[in-house]
Write a protein that binds this ligand. Structure first.
Ligand code: KG4
Ligand code: ZN
Length: 339
């Protein structure tokens, strides 16, 4: 048989995700999102997310089991995101996972959300090479992580000191009145624009700056000021050029630092995950820079990059396959769980 059969539950932010995998094979990936309920607030509202998880949890588990065509009694384990994430949202997933695992007599595996974002690539490209360098970029995190062992040893090298990359996309989209979430819209506008039209700052790239950390708040302010100045002068804001130039600044820094981290650590494989990994310019620039540096690049398809249950199941299956210990029944939901 093709590896452990594991169901994974993800509720760290606004997606209720339930996935089922058989080793590296994806059998089901059911996601219920409350993103529309948050849209009018311009960001995720924790209490709204928790309530939406509660309503979606059981139907989403049923949908995944049906989609996979497996019986819950055949599962080898149940994995769940234990953190980091929104406390109330995590609690819904962890409670559901405990209840199912206990009732079915299956082992429970609490996993780290960031490690799952990395491990999901096994469902796309097969066994993850170790060590792998990972660039995780989403609305909640922007991190560089070195993974010598995805189940037990993932080391944070750097992260954002202010906004996450996706958050910067969302904020600039708000200033441009393009709606939420902003990443996909900016990506689309940028295709019609000139990335060199406006020179925006590249945060933390000076000689004395931390090498692997990111900062996007200065960029955000610079873009917002530039737009305000145009409006104050009564001129039209060139949305495509602003989008392309802003996106270029973000993607330039992300890819530059990721490749640098690989070179410094002697790591030959880079994976990019998180919602921002769907960005077309990020994919293109990462491909070019990795090729130049002799690094193999792995980017899962967009549906696997955003939060989902399959990524949790993928890491759970890896833990079962490597005989890692199951979690205790008092597994806490930990909003700031370190990798
Ligand atoms: O991983 P994700 O679905 O949720 C978390 O934040 O954990 O990531 C969502 C983020 C949002 O900020 C969204 O604007 C961004 O990913 N995003 C993109 C693109 N698609 C989604 N950012 C840039 N370009 C995209 N094509
Ligand atoms: Zn995430």
């Amino acid at each position: 048989r093709g590896g452990p059969l594991v169901l994974g539950i993800e509720t760290s932010c606004d997606e209720t995700g339930v996935g089922i995998v058989h080793g590296h094979t994806l059998l089901a990936d059911a996601v219920a999102s409350s993103v529309d309920e948050h849209a009018r607030y311009g960001g995720v509202v924790p209490e709204v997310a928790s309530r939406a998880h509660l309503e979606a949890m059981i139907p989403t588990i049923r949908r995944a089991l049906k989609e996979a065509g497996v019986s819950a009694s055949d599962l080898d384990g149940i994995a769940v995101t234990a953190g980091p994430g929104l406390a109330g949202a995590l609690l819904v997933g962890v409670s559901a996972a405990k209840a199912y695992a206990y009732a079915l007599g299956k082992p429970l595996y609490g996993v780290n959300h960031l490690a799952s974002h990395i491990c999901v690539d096994q469902l796309e490209h097969g066994a993850l090479p170790e060590p792998t360098m990972a660039l995780l970029v989403s609305g909640g995190h922007s991190s560089l992580l070195l993974a010598p062992d995805i189940t037990s040893d993932v080391r944070p090298l750097g992260s954002t000191i202010d906004d996450a990359a996706g958050e910067a996309f969302d904020k600039i989209a708000r200033v441009l009145q393009l709606g939420f979430p902003g990443g996909p819209v900016i990506d689309r506008y940028a295709r019609e624009g000139d990335p060199d039209a406006i020179s925006f700052p590249r945060g933390l790239t000076g000689p004395r700056d931390p090498v692997y950390d990111f900062s996007f708040s200065g960029l955000k302010t610079a873009v917002a000021r530039w737009i305000e100045a145009k409006r104050a002068a009564g001129e039209d804001v060139p949305v495509a050029d602003v989008s392309a130039s802003f996106q270029e600044a973000v993607v330039d820094v992300l890819t530059r630092k990721a490749v640098r981290a690989c070179k410094d650590s002697g790591v030959e494989h880079l994976m990019i995950g998180g919602g921002v990994a769907a960005n077309s310019r990020l994919r293109a620039m990462a491909e070019r820079r990795c090729e130049d540096a002799g690094i193999t690049l792995r980017v899962p398809r967009p549906k696997l990059c955003t939060d989902n249950g399959a990524m949790v199941a993928a890491l759970g299956a890896e833990m079962v396959a490597r005989n890692r210990p199951a979690s205790d029944w008092d597994l806490p939901a930990d909003s700031s769980l370190p990798v």
